[in-house]
Design a protein around this ligand. Structure first.
Ligand code: GLP
Length: 240
């Protein structure tokens, strides 16, 4: 794992955006794996600026990591709404080429199998962007004795519900479950970029930086992938 420690959030956003930008320039029909959360917002803002300067997203395809369940895509807290608001509505991407798990899937198991097949049919993800939860989760692969390889429905941990309640009016409104790509789905990406910003992520980054692997911190499994770049600011890197 390459670890890039940058000064602050602005530098982290710029470094992450540069990787996605060069991927789009080199391969206009690339497949980008995208993430939500506060961390990638600055990166998406930069991509929107690059679009204004001529970067073409018309052939790009995207696959998102996760979505709350159950939650309708029109709900402003849904990850579909997040992606539309921060990126898709502001660039020339074809919305038909953007994929976010369906928070209203009637048959979840069937849907998860189809989402996995979709990732495969796109020929694999060129670059997968990840954030990291304070507890070390990636997507919604929460710390546990066992992790799931493929796209699945999962229950959110109490600390994740609390952390994510800042986006909802009440904690009670946070959905208790989510559909998420699994570890093997994420590992299908040719390249992975994981972003960590702020002191709240320092513990998770510390565990990650030990170089050891534990399902108690799912992000550590990324040490098994051949092409991962961790970009973190000084606050997240802490005293490592
Ligand atoms: C959520 C998402 C993750 C994200 C994480 C960190 O739970 N499912 O994909 O990486 O939170 O979010 P933030 O960037 O807001 O700290």
């Amino acid at each position: 794992m390459k670890i890039l420690v940058v000064e602050d959030y602005a530098a982290l956003s710029a470094a992450g955006a540069e990787i996605l930008e060069s991927t789009v320039r080199e391969k206009p029909n690339c497949v980008l794996g995208l993430a939500t959360g506060e961390t990638p917002i600055g990166l998406y803002d930069i991509l929107v600026k690059k679009y204004a300067e001529g970067l073409d997203f018309s052939k790009v395809q995207t696959v998102n990591l996760d979505e709350y369940y159950p939650l309708e895509p029109t709900n402003e807290q849904s990850y579909r709404a997040f992606m539309n608001m921060h990126l898709f509505d502001k660039i020339n991407i074809n919305k038909d080429n953007t994929n976010v798990p369906d928070g209203l899937a009637a048959d979840v198991d069937k849907f998860c199998g189809e989402y996995e097949a979709l990732i495969d049919s796109l020929g694999g993800i060129d670059v997968q962007l990840l954030g990291i939860g304070r507890n070390g989760h990636i997507g919604f692969n929460e710390p546990a004795d066992e992790l799931y390889p493929y796209t699945h429905l999962t229950a959110l941990k109490e600390d994740t519900i609390q952390a994510n309640s800042r986006f909802f009016e009440n904690e009670a409104d946070v959905p208790r479950s989510a559909i998420t790509m699994g570890m093997a789905s994420i590992f299908k990406a040719k390249r992975i970029v994981i972003l960590a910003s702020g002191a709240g992520k320092a513990n998770a980054v510390k565990t990650l930086a030990t170089g050891r692997i534990t399902t108690a911190c799912p992000a550590t499994l990324l040490h098994l992938h051949p092409d991962v770049t961790l970009i973190c600011d000084k606050a997240a890197y802490g005293n490592n």
